[in-house]
Design a protein around this ligand. Sequence first.
Ligand SMILES: C[S@@+](CC[C@H](N)C(=O)[O-])C[C@H]1O[C@@H](n2cnc3c(N)ncnc32)[C@H](O)[C@@H]1O
Length: 201
Amino acid sequence: MAVPVDIDVETLKCEIKKTYAQVSTEPEHDFIFPTGRAWALDLGYPPDLLERVPDASAESFAGVANPFSLGALAPGERVLDLGSGAGTDSLVATQMVGPGGHVTGVDMTPEMIAKARAGAAELGAQNVEFVESEAERLPFADASFDVVISNGVIDLIPDKDAVFAELFRVLRPRGRLQIADVTIQRPVSEEGRRNIDLWTG
Ligand SMILES: C[S@@+](CC[C@H](N)C(=O)[O-])C[C@H]1O[C@@H](n2cnc3c(N)ncnc32)[C@H](O)[C@@H]1O
């Protein structure tokens, strides 16, 4: 059930874009959340696949857990990486699905898209693309993907019903969701839900 949120969603999106533009352009900054290649290794990413992800992408990794801990992707699969950031998960996925598969990363922050594209070019990956778009309105046909991965994104979006409606629309029947995200055990207070800083981090 959707929880009513008393914040201006466009203001929140601007703040989120500012935060993640900085993760892209100033990866050495001390953020309130962990970032970078060492963090991905701590989360149990397959070291051999992570090693091939160029620094350009890995230094701006900002995931919260490891969507591949729910299972490896199969060769030939069509994958959507929702909120792909600088592209680490997409570039791991591209190695798992191989040349017969395809990975589409979607993110609303232009600086992240630019960095992900640079990472893909450096890796020489032909089976990956990055699309600038919002998760609540995906520019893809119904049943376009076998699996959706996502890492640390849906917690940032107030309208979760809209996101899941889109994910179920673009996933093929019996497709998979492999989502790493932040969950809460108790309802957040109204004051907490109005605090944009708590949303963006
Ligand atoms: C915590 S970062 C995680 C990035 C990436 N998944 C990773 O693990 O490195 C969250 C990403 O979600 C993107 N994002 C947040 N809200 C979004 C929305 N409504 N639509 C598309 N992207 C969004 C941000 O731009 C940011 O790149």
